[in-house]
Design a protein around this ligand. Structure first.
Ligand SMILES: [Zn+2]
Length: 342
């Protein structure tokens, strides 16, 4: 088995790894870099309005023959570990004839990002894999391993072929709500691995305030109980573990968690993956409708969902009347600033 790391050895994210045997060629992840060549934050807009040869010349796309649109297909599959842009953000440039394999949760999150944050990626030729179920791709056998990560339904991969076994960790952690996966993995790791490719997104940091996601929930509960005004919590709506912590803390503190339509939609789409994810119509949960999200749902043929989510809609007036018992999920954007003015 031949291994080529096209990007990811000297940086966090931007991951792109090729594996090949005599007759089979696969790529794992097609990440957008987090930093540019000068070490500055990578501006995702630089890929817009540029041709593939231009992007290769400026070393934004790795020079990989047979991968991109407009040339002869030279890969049997692209595998995505999880739905974070530093692992899939350059996928839109690949030849659509190449099958793309990813988990069901990743597929949904990537579709939602394309609708709401305009990643310009139209998923095509996708095969959804089942975690822990081996896939045969030509001469290679790939087994996805569900891992604990802030991206929902993230996977590591065991790749076997030509008598060799390689393990690609993808991003992982042990302190989330699925930390047990990491413990189980440590107790029963795949045996006889010839090569380990491991992400090092956090190879060490000072001891933080909170040991794990459970501690975050406990402290949020205490904070929500003690507060005497509305609490705004800044969090990505795709960080499902954190959403669960915030919801549980709000509920324990007899407060109402107010989410937006974007968050309600994400939780709704992922409900079939995990029936215990809090939903828009669960107790202590209400939905604030903002125009931008309404427009996006309408544009993406989901107008019917507006009626569905209206059942638990909440208006600014009601939030203002019950501030002490309100927790509002937010991001630092123009919607938040407009909300503060009201
Ligand atoms: Zn990640």
């Amino acid at each position: 088995m031949q291994l080529i790391i096209h990007r990811g050895t000297k940086e966090i994210g931007g991951s792109c790894v090729e594996l090949a045997t005599g007759s089979t060629r696969i790529l794992i992840d097609m990440g957008m870099p987090l930093v540019d060549e000068k070490g500055e934050r990578f501006d995702s807009k630089v890929v817009e309005n540029k041709s593939i040869p231009e992007l290769i010349a400026s070393r934004i796309l790795p020079a990989i023959k047979g991968l991109y649109q407009g040339e002869e297909k030279g890969f049997d599959a692209v595998l995505l570990s999880h739905a974070h842009l530093d692992h899939y953000g350059l996928l839109r440039f690949i030849n659509p004839a190449i099958p793309v394999f990813m988990s069901s949760g990743s597929t949904k999150l990537i579709e939602i990002s394309s609708q709401f944050i305009n990643t310009k990626l139209e998923l095509q030729n996708v095969t959804v894999f089942e975690q822990f179920k081996p896939l045969v791709i030509g001469e290679l056998m790939v087994t996805p391993f569900l891992v604990d990560h802030s991206a929902f339904d993230a996977a590591a991969f065991l790749v076997e072929g030509n008598g060799k076994r390689l393990f690609y960790s993808g991003d992982f952690r042990g302190h989330g709500r699925k930390g047990v996966l990491f413990e189980r993995f440590l107790a029963h790791p795949p045996s006889n691995i010839d090569c380990l490719l491991m992400e090092g997104s956090m190879l060490g940091r000072a001891k933080g305030q909170y040991e794990d996601e459970k501690a975050v929930e406990v402290n949020l509960t205490r904070f929500f109980k003690e507060k005497d005004n509305i609490a705004f919590v800044f969090c990505s709506s795709q960080n499902i573990d954190r959403l669960v912590s915030i919801y549980r803390a709000a509920k324990h503190a007899s407060s109402t968690l107010v989410i937006d339509l974007y968050t309600a939609y994400i939780l709704d789409r992922l409900h079939t993956e995990h029936s215990r994810l809090p939903q828009y119509d669960w107790p202590n949960m209400r939905v604030k409708h903002f125009m931008a999200h309404r427009d996006t749902l309408e544009r993406s043929n989901n107008k019917h969902l507006l009626d569905k989510y209206s059942k638990t809609a909440i208006k600014i007036e009601e939030i203002n009347l019950n501030r002490k018992h309100m927790v509002m999920l937010m991001r630092d954007n123009s919607i938040f600033r407009a909300c503060l003015r009201k």
